[in-house]
Design a protein around this ligand. Structure first.
Ligand code: MG
Length: 264
């Protein structure tokens, strides 16, 4: 029997900012929640050179952007609450987050400090339908750790990642192949994974503005203008991704093999 693949992509909402908020509420006895205030995490405040590393949803309304200088952000909103980054805290939060994911499936791939892929194939008897499992996971992370996540569900990593980026925060979204046309194709092509600024510019010149335009275009024509990358993004627009979830255990085993090889 071949099982239908079920992949989750879990992404912490405004991770650094949320983690700072939770830490202040639970460990420092703060009354206000940074997530509900115009706030940001930013480096090097004393020097005034630092940049914004994460921002709250209210800060987004002032058009404060990740990566811009603290000076610029303060110009947009003089009352912006800034907290310095604390990477030790983020690592602890990340570990606790990954720990919960590992309770759901042995195949967890940490993708960044606040993102992971989980292969949930064949876990239906344990956790219910994919949406039920994701809702359970979302609630449990919120109850046990105090921060929210978005979960994207699909048959492959690419589509799961695209789905977790839909409406935020604290949401579960599916993006099955049958939903591509409705949920992904109307989005601007720049929203597609792996489509950076340069590719977007080339695609715009070719009259391709949405992910749907890209999906329906001729891959050999794209190849003429974007080489191999053209075919790759065309595949993505059509929901094609064959990469597998690589669990940590596998990576550690690979590293051990590699080390032994290097020591020979
Ligand atoms: Mg995130």
């Amino acid at each position: 029997m071949s099982l239908e693949k079920v992949i989750f992509h879990i992404d912490v909402n405004s991770a650094f900012l949320s983690w700072e908020a939770v830490y202040r509420l639970h460990h420092l006895g703060w009354k206000g929640d940074l997530r509900e205030q115009v706030s940001a995490v930013g480096g090097d405040m004393a020097m005034r050179h630092g940049i914004i590393l994460a921002k709250s949803i209210p800060a987004k309304k002032y058009r404060i952007q990740t990566g811009e200088s603290i000076l610029e952000a303060k110009q947009k909103c003089p009352n912006l609450i800034l907290v310095p980054p604390n990477y030790g805290l983020y690592e602890r939060c990340s570990k606790a987050f990954m720990g919960i994911l590992q309770e759901y499936s042995p195949t967890v791939e940490q993708y960044s400090i606040d993102e992971a892929f989980v292969d949930m194939t064949g876990t239906e008897l344990l956790w219910g339908t994919p949406v039920e499992a994701a809702e359970k996971m979302r609630r449990q992370i919120k109850e046990r750790l105090g921060f929210t996540v978005n979960i994207g569900i699909s048959k492959n990593k690419l589509l799961a990642k695209m789905a977790s980026d839909f409406q935020k925060p604290d949401r579960v979204h599916t993006l099955w192949k049958s939903e591509l046309q409705k949920k992904m194709w109307p989005l601007p092509v720049s929203d597609l994974f792996f489509v950076g600024r340069a590719t977007t510019k080339t695609l715009f010149k070719l009259g391709i503005r949405t992910i749907g335009d890209l999906a329906k275009s001729d891959p050999s024509y794209l190849k003429q203008h974007l080489k191999k990358h053209g075919e790759v993004v065309w595949g993505f627009a059509n929901g094609i991704d064959v990469s597998v979830v690589q669990s940590l255990r596998l990576l550690i085993r690979d590293m051990a093999i590699l080390q032994r090889f290097l020591l020979m």
